[in-house]
Design a binder for this molecule. Structure first.
Ligand code: OGA
Ligand code: MN
Length: 294
């Protein structure tokens, strides 16, 4: 099957044409999507008119789907594989997912089974904005000097959900529960991609504040440099959503963030599926301290 491919930016991202996901994808088409996705880190299939079940069927071509126990918010009624990201009221209350992804991150890096891929299907989007930004972490790693690469290759960093700034405003009970479900983990600072064999930086401003074996103060300078380097404009792609876009990214080699770049009153609704990954990192048992609230 010949699919069309159009690159969306120099750094990462490609649009795939020639698919209608109302019809089941065959194995050959799925293999081609996977190849395009591995080459481009982010793929977008536009103008799709699919049901939640059809989105789930698409995701299953790439691996088993997460049931979202590590972030136990909204699942679509009857389709627990679909997680709702929305600023709309849910059961008359402000949505728990309205500020999802405000800082750069890679999904579920705070677990020992981080998500391989996430795919959002855009249902509603504000008149302007509501964009999502992506960055290529292979490029970030490749851009470093040999000396720094060598230093980083042997390091691990702590990823702890309690350090995630937007969660600090949640109540103590909710935070304790989040930590119980997701104890701190140590992840390699340089992650080797299981399919491409390429090295990618794997630290984020959302979740990484210290290297294993170092204090937060000692780690801060180098981590800040890495966060900044990771998101240099030339490594990024900014997606302007249209309803009907299905976009899938690779969490092993890309980070993403969703700025609050839209009028708060305007509805934004995404249906997300999360494709499970292979184990990465280890539980971090050393006594870990919570960062003082800023
Ligand atoms: C996510 C996420 C960003 C967005 O789904 O993991 O960070 O644009 N979402 O909604
Ligand atoms: Mn995310």
């Amino acid at each position: 099957m010949a699919l069309g491919v159009r690159k969306l930016s120099f750094a990462l991202g490609a649009e795939i044409t020639g698919l209608d996901l109302r019809r089941p994808m065959d194995a050959a088409a799925a293999a081609e999507v996977r190849r395009i996705w591995l080459d481009n880190l982010v793929v977008v299939i536009r103008d799709q008119d699919i049901t939640p079940q059809q989105q789930v069927a698409f995701g299953r071509h790439f691996g088993p789907l997460d049931d979202h126990k590590s972030l136990p918010f909204y699942r679509l009624e009857g389709v627990p594989e679909i997680f709702l990201i929305t600023n709309k009221l849910v059961n008359g209350k402000p949505s728990e997912t309205k500020d999802t992804g405000r800082l750069w991150h890679s999904d579920h890096s705070f677990t020992t089974h981080p998500t391989m891929a996430s795919a959002l299907y855009c249902k509603e989007i504000p008149e302007v904005g509501g964009n999502t930004l992506f960055t290529n972490m292979y490029s970030a790693y490749d851009s470093l000097s040999d000396g720094l690469k060598k230093l980083l290759d042997g390091l691990e960093a702590v990823h702890d959900i309690r350090d995630y700034a937007p969660f600090r405003s949640r109540n103590a009970e909710q935070r304790a529960e989040m930590h119980r479900i997701n104890p701190a983990v140590a992840q390699p600072v340089v992650r080797v991609h299981g399919e491409t064999g390429r090295k990618a930086l794997y630290v984020s401003e959302a979740l990484t504040f210290r290297f294993v074996g170092m204090t937060e103060e000692e780690s801060a300078g180098l981590l800040k440099f890495l966060w900044r380097r990771s998101v240099q404009p030339e490594f990024t792609y900014r997606h302007e959503w249209r309803p009907g876009d299905l976009l899938m990214w690779d969490n092993r080699c890309a980070m993403h963030m969703a700025p609050a770049d839209y009028a708060p009153g305007q509805p934004r609704l995404m249906h997300r599926i999360t494709i499970l990954g292979t184990p990465c990192g280890r539980l971090y048992s050393e006594q870990s301290t919570v960062r003082a609230a800023a």
